[in-house]
Design a protein around this ligand. Sequence first.
Ligand SMILES: NC(=O)c1ccc[n+]([C@@H]2O[C@H](COP(=O)([O-])OP(=O)(O)OC[C@H]3O[C@@H](n4cnc5c(N)ncnc54)[C@H](O)[C@@H]3O)[C@@H](O)[C@H]2O)c1
Length: 322
Amino acid sequence: MIKILVNDGMHPDGQKLLEEANFQVDTQTVAQEDLYEALPKYDVIIIRSATNVRKDLIDKCPNLKIIARGGVGLDNVDFEYAKSKNIEVFNTPAASSPAVAELVFAHMFAISRFLYQSNREMPSSGNTHFKNLKKAYSKGTQLRGKTLGIIGFGNIGQETARIGLALGMHVMPVDLVINETNLAIDLYNNKDINLTVRVPTVSWDTMLANTDFISLHVPFGGKALIGAKEFEKMKNGVVIINASRGGTVDEEALLHALNSGKVAGAGLDVFENEPNPLKALLEHPRVSLSPHIGASTLEAQRSIGLELAEKIIAYYNGNGKN
Ligand SMILES: NC(=O)c1ccc[n+]([C@@H]2O[C@H](COP(=O)([O-])OP(=O)(O)OC[C@H]3O[C@@H](n4cnc5c(N)ncnc54)[C@H](O)[C@@H]3O)[C@@H](O)[C@H]2O)c1
């Protein structure tokens, strides 16, 4: 019987699919240092971001056939080395895109209508306080008609564009390699909507100078893509959303831009220093916060679990390798 170790959790529907296909699925979490002894007994390991599968562990597991990583990145797996040992490495690059894109809009709506501030301040409300807050937060803005800059027009950038277009926003994506994309606006199989919209990418300077909201959807490439120089080129009152990777926005430059009023608000799901982000950002009155939960919806976790299970079953059925 083929044995699978699920080391960072898996949605029960994915586990069920594997068990129904007669795999043995063990879901106890083995500590990283104990994997050298435990993993050689398994054919497959399923992980998310917590477990590392590096060269030294791979060397101890000559029978390992598959490393299945739920989610987007593969930074915790020695991918090339695994491939050189004929180990299949799967991930689920698109399963969590809708979840991340929705969180982007949760932050955008929260900032546009001061929801995070109201939530903090209303509990101590009395009559006058309520009226003061009503006055203070009565200059919200709509998303409809605004222009959304999207940095990185891959899976999540495109999901973000779909939602933006459906809300009546204009979108201006930039990307290293993509020039234009035909986006299907079926909004998740809604049979009443069947539109395809051609969305060209634009130059960085065009995007920076003309957008009201800017959302990042790129991997971290070793240095910030948005720093003091880029903030200078933006419209006054721009809103920045980062649900990609910490480090893609220079946090000191962001703080400066928030304090100068150049940036009206920021929605941050990722931070340079996780799990201890810069305190000045955490406490800033115009920053909407979430603790790196972009992909963490029940639906995304279920899609990830089902996709991994299907890929593992297909591998063993010989129906293609991926
Ligand atoms: N917040 C979360 O919990 C969460 C969850 C999932 C993914 N993410 C992150 O979101 C990011 C995007 O994920 P994705 O699935 O859309 O990736 P993707 O690979 O589908 O798309 C990334 C796009 O960015 C482009 N790109 C890379 N570097 C660029 C640069 N310097 N300038 C312009 N474009 C550039 C690439 O060409 C590509 O089209 C990743 O960093 C991923 O780690 C975050």
